[in-house]
Ligand binder design. Structure first.
Ligand code: ZN
Length: 367
């Protein structure tokens, strides 16, 4: 990796951190792009907007194919990711794009706007792109600039976006910013399901979240064969209405992903569903097993720890294999550097073989 930082004695990490911090302190980024709450701690790394915790929950429920949420504090940021974020232009620029044609009868959410209203607004803004300028038949928007005109509105925006954006460009931009082609393709089926069940997914945004769960999908062992002698496995995690997935690892029955994915925890704390699939280019992806993990004990331990004073000891639980769970090894909930974690080895179900190792970390939202 190249080092393009001022002083050689400084590590890359601190330079990256500094740049991220500078971005956070840009005037427009000091308030949530969607509701105006001060000091947002979250960002959509795919869209580029800095947002508050409440709005981040709704963004997550849109799915990572629309908005990929990262924590400005809790996630590790690489130089390249900060570059990509810088290029997206920040809240001021992006709100001019996504709210270019905001009708006067639609009120933008405020910090205390209800979750229903907030959700409706965010969906219209980023999923349906209702307030964006239309590219070709722009008859609906009174503020359309002349064809091909490009207006750069942000400090580093000119190379990345033209104000006059069309859907194809938008798709391209998404692809460029972390959402790979294979990933989008594999979501095609999900997208169509999504459309059919609009009603139920729109309810997803109305769920209150009690925390976040960071799932590190470590590795798979002795996975099932789906392509003659091997498989191209990837993992889908789903919690309530949200789902996220890992990258595909080609030709490997013992894949190592070491990929961290973040999900919001809905109030009713549903089980975390883990699904393994084999990526096929020309046909539907093949099923390679599944598992269901009860995350309630972890969430409750994290909340108990957060509520306790520093001197109090926290009772951390140990999970013993039982009739209805599929753990290969005991899943121990532990406290590491003030973080509540759980390491789990899970035997995949409804498949001939395969074990998955994952690590869970819970971040409660009691503030
Ligand atoms: Zn917000």
């Amino acid at each position: 990796m190249s080092s393009k930082h001022e002083s050689p004695d400084k590590k890359d990490v601190s330079g990256t951190h500094k740049r991220l911090s500078n971005l956070m302190h840009q005037a427009g980024n000091r308030y949530c792009a969607d509701c105006g709450t001060p000091e947002p701690k979250w960002v959509s790394s795919s869209l580029g907007v800095f947002i508050c915790i409440k709005c981040s929950g709704i963004h997550r429920s849109l799915g990572v194919h629309i908005s990929k949420i990262a924590s400005l504090k809790l996630d590790q940021w690489s130089d390249e990711q900060v570059d990509a974020l810088e290029k997206l232009g920040g809240n001021t620029f992006l709100n001019k794009k996504y709210e270019a044609c905001l009708p006067s009868n639609i009120k933008k959410p405020k910090p205390h706007t209800s979750i229903e209203e907030r959700s409706e607004y965010i969906r219209k803004k980023y999923e349906e792109l209702q307030f964006m300028m239309e590219s070709d038949e722009n008859s609906l928007c009174p503020f359309v600039p002349s064809q091909g005109r490009s207006v750069s509105l942000g400090p580093s925006s000119s190379s990345c976006y033209t104000y006059h954006i069309d859907n194809k460009k938008y798709e391209k931009a998404l692809t460029r910013h972390h959402i790979g082609h294979a990933f989008r393709k594999s979501w095609t089926r999900k997208d169509s399901e999504h459309k059919c069940s609009k009603k139920s997914t729109s309810l997803a945004g109305m769920v209150e979240f009690v925390g976040l769960i960071k799932v590190n999908v470590r590795k798979g062992t002795h996975l099932a064969i789906r392509d003659v002698v091997t498989s191209d496995p990837y993992v889908i995690l789903s919690l309530g209405h949200q789902s996220v997935k890992t990258r595909v690892i080609r030709n490997n029955l013992n894949p190592v992903w070491n990929e961290s994915l973040m999900l919001s925890i809905p109030e009713n704390i549903p089980p975390l569903k883990v699904l393994v699939y084999d990526k096929d280019t020309f046909s539907t992806d093949d099923f390679m097993g599944e598992a269901e993990i009860d995350i309630q004990p972890l969430v409750l331990a994290a909340i108990a720890y957060e509520k306790s004073t520093a001197n109090e000891s926290v009772q951390l639980e140990k999970f013993v294999e039982s009739r209805d769970n599929t753990l290969v090894r005991d899943g121990v909930i532990s406290l590491e550097d003030g973080k509540i974690k759980q390491e789990i080895s899970v035997r995949l179900q409804n498949v001939e073989r395969g074990v998955l190792e994952i690590e869970l970390e819970c971040v409660p939202l009691i503030q």
